[in-house]
Ligand binder design. Structure first.
Ligand code: ADP
Ligand code: NI
Length: 214
């Protein structure tokens, strides 16, 4: 793939997400690309253009926005219109199709590039940004910050994971605290360790304040 396609993809997602009220997904995609590039710096065998393009396009067909996450028509259409060869389009689609979190049905990507993009996407769900995103998501879906009666579910299937939106603190236990141990690359693991530690500190503070102890 010609390296210029990554810049074209960045311009494409800017206009693609313009109509979206929050702008969250544009910046999420940019952060995922940036983190993925940092991981690439430690993985000399990775195809950087493939990683950048897959990272930038990974959510344009997101199921939560009503996209067709199986056929990925938006991502594939963009690549086709820009003259990317069919075998390269398949590689990008293959990466995007494998990276999302589906509870116990989550898949490990088979290519190095897929592993890098998956790590970068997951890193954006944890740490300080992850905390902010969890409460933003919960608020948008009318969920409370915390429901003390709720019990985190474990070993959820893909269907269970997508069937119900819990309160935001429970989401930490059902997903965010599991991500560190699901990292594929050593640089991803290093970054996740730091972000994980921050979340634990955050949760301890939250608990202390909730119970009037701090
Ligand atoms: P990604 O873009 O990493 O695939 P998702 O589209 O699954 O992430 O979710 C977007 C953001 O919202 C993530 O940071 C995720 O952790 C968060 N989120 C998803 N479900 C919930 C929930 N039930 N409560 C709080 N936050 C959630
Ligand atoms: Ni994402």
């Amino acid at each position: 793939m010609d390296s210029g396609i990554a810049e074209t993809a960045e311009r494409f997602i800017r206009s693609f997400y313009e109509g979206e009220s929050t702008g969250h997904d544009y910046w999420h995609s940019i952060r995922v690309r940036n983190t993925a590039m940092s991981i690439c710096d430690t993985e000399p065998d990775a195809d950087r253009t493939l990683v950048a393009v897959a990272a930038l396009l990974h959510d344009v067909d997101d199921r939560k926005l009503g996209g067709d996450w199986k056929n990925l028509p938006v991502a594939a259409g963009f690549l086709r219109e820009n003259g990317v060869p069919e075998d390269e389009i398949q590689k990008v689609k293959h990466i995007i199709a494998k990276i999302s979190f589906k509870g116990a049905d989550t898949e490990v990507p088979d290519s190095l590039e897929g592993k890098i993009v998956q790590d970068a996407d997951r890193l954006d769900a944890i740490g300080a940004i992850g905390v902010a995103r969890a409460f933003a998501y919960g608020g948008k879906h009318g969920r409370p910050l915390f429901d003390p009666s709720s019990r985190p579910r474990s070993g959820m299937s893909e269907e269970e994971y997508f069937s119900e939106t819990p309160d935001s603190i429970t989401h930490f236990h059902e997903k965010l605290l599991l991500l560190r141990d699901m990292m594929n690359t050593s640089e991803g693991r290093r970054l996740a360790d730091h972000r994980h530690g921050f979340m634990l500190e955050y949760l301890a503070e939250f608990d202390g304040e909730w119970n009037g102890r701090l």
